[in-house]
Design a binder for this molecule. Sequence first.
Ligand code: ADP
Ligand code: MG
Length: 279
Amino acid sequence: MIPAAKSSQRQQSPAEPSAQELRQRLPRVSVRGLQVSYDGNLAHSVLDDVDLELFPGEMVALLGSSGSGKSTLMKSLTGFAPISSGSVRVAGHDVCNLQRGELRTLRSEVGQVFQQFNLIGRLSVLNNVLTGALHRAGAINLVGGFSSAHRRRAMELLDRVGIAHKAKEPARSLSGGQQQRVAIARALMQEPELILADEPVASLDPKLADSVLTLLREIAIEDGIPVLVSLHVLPLALQHSDRIVGLKDGKMMLSGPCNELEPAALAALYEKDTDHELH
Ligand code: ADP
Ligand code: MG
């Protein structure tokens, strides 16, 4: 039995983590034994036995050549991929067994950034960011327009990503790097639990790619959210992420902190399968 004096000391200890701190230590995403097959035939699985954990505050690069399953893994986290088996938990949701209406909530809690930015070109930059608020508010909000609080928040976010001066311009008039910053601000407008960035720098030149990835990593750290970013350029992954998860033909080939990965294992990710070449 613990003596009373000792237990009260424990309660008062400043080292005792708060509920918020404890929450930050739990994985926000937990994937186990994930198998995905688009045609329902397990022999045609595009993801096979994939495990993944993402923790608040970390930037994880998903690496693999085209067709290796990166986008499918991201889609699995938001219920857009046909999961054959395994378990997928995202921000407290059991993605394989969502209750009624829960899918919409899940998607509202995941900020997404895409290679082609997916902005509405004719709308102003500010309005594009505001659309991020629609995920949570729903259609009702469209009736009265956006609140001044939403507008203020959208402007703050544009300031944060460095393009507040473009707020009134149509999104299509911005450069690629600027458009991706708008897309990031839009994702933040959702107050996301997780950010998924699918090839966010594939359409940008190296300097802009660097700055966009730097911004995403800052967001992961400052906002304490996990950012999963798919890339196919190894040096960018090594420079900008905490961990790398490597996929090849739908299988997880490697997973670990950047400084612990074997160069040979990284190179093997991109090696062609000789069996395939022979047939
Ligand atoms: P990556 O993002 O790494 O390029 P994808 O996840 O897009 O890989 O694709 C993985 C595999 O799944 C590929 O063989 C691709 O052709 C297939 N695939 C992707 N989406 C679909 C789909 N909607 N229907 C059928 N097959 C698909
Ligand atoms: Mg892809």
